[in-house]
Design a protein around this ligand. Structure first.
Ligand SMILES: NC(=O)C1=CN([C@@H]2O[C@H](COP(=O)(O)OP(=O)(O)OC[C@H]3O[C@@H](n4cnc5c(N)ncnc54)[C@H](OP(=O)(O)O)[C@@H]3O)[C@@H](O)[C@H]2O)C=CC1
Ligand SMILES: O=C(O)C(=O)CO
Length: 312
């Protein structure tokens, strides 16, 4: 090993405050490696490049100390951990995506309830046709996964005069806003919710969480919003509910993803699909750069890193 390098998918000269004592290699996920992967001690994974996750040279990074993601979710990185040297810290991008993803959750709720997709289709046909639509005011919203993004969703619901917000996480706790319920109580409380927002990580416990039984407990006419990961919802069970007209859905993430042409979710009644755009917004790059500068200053100074979510 010759030098201790940091491999970045963002040009290092565009990031303020990088410590001078480290060497930076700009890595934009082209198949050819820009330097020797054995020299890399701090690897920042490319953002939203699925092919790059497959071609990333992690297995060759024999001196790696830190794998920093630019995503909040780390489900796509966990399978790589066993092949890394022992003690590599996996850090996620907490603080980067909360605002954008919570904002999208609200956008999807409002667009679905107020019939915006149908208005866009009618505008294309120059067709003036109104009608009554559900409002968010006076509705009960359940947030399933009351973490950084889940609580940011509640922040953004504050002005909408909802009747109630029901909060769920792995374990129950009290907050100044009210109780967070254990997920074990979801079956009892789901029938009270008009809107259910899924914002958990994808884990073995949450895979298929919104399956046939969960969906059957939802109120007639309720809206399911998924900004978590596609496999948190059982697509087949959801299709049965939306095709019968009993439930509606707004999905930023799908299973499979990307949703292939011809998939029944595209044309399912009452389903609004956005192509996994919760995180990638104008807020991403400045926040990601701040996170990287902070993490690398800590790394260079030998201080504890932030947002360590796993270790190899
Ligand atoms: N659509 C998009 O573009 C984006 C999607 N995401 C997705 O959102 C997810 C959540 O992000 P973030 O809020 O930052 O994560 P956090 O870790 O801050 O919060 C996750 C929450 O989910 C809860 N949770 C975990 N397992 C379960 C379970 N089995 N049942 C119920 N609740 C559970 C946790 O409970 P507890 O508090 O008890 O630990 C916690 O409250 C990410 O992992 C990612 O998959 C993130 C960014 C953008
Ligand atoms: O941060 C995440 O987990 C995403 O899904 C990408 O925006």
């Amino acid at each position: 090993m010759s030098t201790a390098q940091v491999w970045l998918p963002i040009r290092p000269e565009s990031i303020d405050g990088l410590p001078a004592e480290l060497e930076y290699v700009h890595w934009d996920a082209e198949p050819e490696f820009p330097a020797d992967p054995a020299d890399c001690v701090f690897y920042v994974a490319p953002y939203m490049k699925k092919a790059a996750v497959k071609t990333q040279p992690l297995a060759l990074m024999t001196n790696l100390k830190v794998l920093q993601t630019l995503t909040a979710g780390v489900d796509q990185f966990l399978p790589a951990l066993p092949s890394l040297p022992p003690g590599v810290r996996l850090c996620n991008a907490r603080g980067v995506h909360e605002a954008s993803t919570a904002e999208l959750a609200l956008t999807l709720i409002l667009a679905s309830l107020r019939g915006i997709p149908e208005f866009v289709r009618r505008q294309d046909r120059h067709e003036w046709q109104g009608g009554f639509h559900p409002a968010l005011a006076d509705k009960t919203v359940a947030i399933v996964g009351y973490g950084a993004i889940g609580s940011a969703v509640e922040d953004r619901l504050a002005g909408f005069e909802c009747a109630r917000v029901l909060r769920f996480a792995r374990s129950s706790r009290a907050t100044p806003r009210g109780p967070v319920h254990s997920i074990d109580r979801i079956g009892d409380l789901l029938p009270e919710a008009d809107v259910v927002v899924l914002v958990t990580p994808l884990t073995p416990e949450t895979k298929g969480l919104a399956g046939a039984e969960f969906l059957a407990r939802m109120k007639d006419g309720a809206l399911l919003v998924n900004v978590a990961r596609g496999p948190v919802v059982d697509t087949k069970a959801l299709l049965a509910e939306v095709e019968s007209g009993r439930l509606r859905a707004a999905l930023d993430v799908t299973d499979p993803e990307p949703l292939p042409p011809g998939h029944p979710l595209w044309d399912a009644p009452g389903v609004l699909v956005s192509p996994h755009v919760g995180g990638p917004t104008s807020a991403f790059l400045p926040r990601a750069k701040r996170l990287l500068a902070d993490q690398l200053q800590r790394f260079a100074a030998g201080e504890p890193l932030r947002f360590v979510v796993a270790e190899s």
